[in-house]
Ligand binder design. Structure first.
Ligand code: ARG
Length: 278
């Protein structure tokens, strides 16, 4: 079964900054609930206007980061590898996402249990993105390097592990965004030398964002065909995208930046990313 273009989102009813698990989060800087609702609705409206279908996971009290559905799992055709979160604060999300995937008809696949050599941390599409037929997988901050071999074997795909070295860019989708088979946006300082070379050696067209725009989560873009949606404050990236024939749209997402997330983190593509060849 191949799904038609569909995103998964979770309304921010219980979103908030209740703990600190990345450098963007500060429990003293509360999210404004009404503004978060407006910003989430704004993104939802923009995405809806592309014609893509949007499914919802029901929000759950006590799981403030459930809005970041990119971390639900890694979808591949009709299978999904549900995330195993590194931080206990997010571990309660896995059964919620798992139940949702099952009810939607996905086949849930899992790593071997810890006592059989599995038990890896892995944070889903936040750390694993297809560009063409290659899966780029970020590790160190949230996902274990050791899980990649198993992902490759479980899904039968080529995996290129890339190490993330800057704590502010703790998920791969905060510093890397495939746009098409051989095209991606990236922020090179978030990777070590080896990772940079691996990306440069595999993807022919790389669009580099500068620090100020990386800090506005320029790389955390939702791509629907030629349309690209990001937080505000990324004018240079938008100019570059427009010159390459893309239609960029800025939509304010500052309340979610307080949690260390932006547009892409708030969505999960259920039918394969635009840049995936499956
Ligand atoms: N507060 C969340 C965390 O630290 C934000 C997750 C953002 N998601 C993403 N795919 N980058 O886990």
């Amino acid at each position: 079964m191949k799904h038609s273009p569909t995103l998964l989102m979770c309304p921010p009813e219980f979103f908030g900054i209740e703990y600190e698990i990345n450098p963007w989060m500060n429990v003293e800087v509360a999210a404004d609930h009404a503004v978060a609702e407006q910003q989430w609705n704004g993104l939802h409206e923009h995405l809806k206007s592309t014609g893509i279908a949007i499914e919802r996971v029901e929000p759950v009290q006590g799981l403030p980061d459930l809005v970041f559905t990119a971390n639900a799992g890694l979808v591949y055709e009709n299978r999904v590898l549900v995330s195993r979160f590194r931080h206990p604060q997010r571990q309660g999300e896995s059964p919620v996402f798992r139940a949702w995937f099952e009810s939607f008809g996905f086949e849930v696949i899992e790593f071997a249990p810890a006592d059989q050599g599995g038990g890896y941390d892995f944070e889903g599409a936040g750390d694993a993105l297809f560009c063409g037929d290659t899966l780029f997988a970020g590790y160190r901050m949230r996902s274990d390097a050791t899980c990649h071999q198993q992902i490759g074997a479980l899904l039968g795909v080529r995996v290129i592990p890339v190490e993330l070295v800057d704590a502010r860019y703790y998920h791969l989708d905060t510093c890397f965004c495939p746009l098409a088979e051989d095209v991606a946006i990236w922020y090179p300082p978030a990777f070590d030398d080896y990772g940079r070379r691996a990306i440069e050696g595999t993807i022919g067209n790389l669009i580099e964002v500068e620090q100020a725009e990386a800090e506005r989560f320029a790389c955390n873009a939702v791509v629907v065909g030629q349309q690209v949606f990001t937080n505000t404050g990324c004018p240079k990236l938008h100019e570059e995208l427009a010159s390459r024939g893309y239609s960029p749209t800025a939509t304010p997402l500052d309340e979610f930046v307080k949690a260390g997330g932006s547009a892409k983190c708030l969505t999960l593509r259920l039918d394969g990313e635009e840049a995936a060849l499956w």
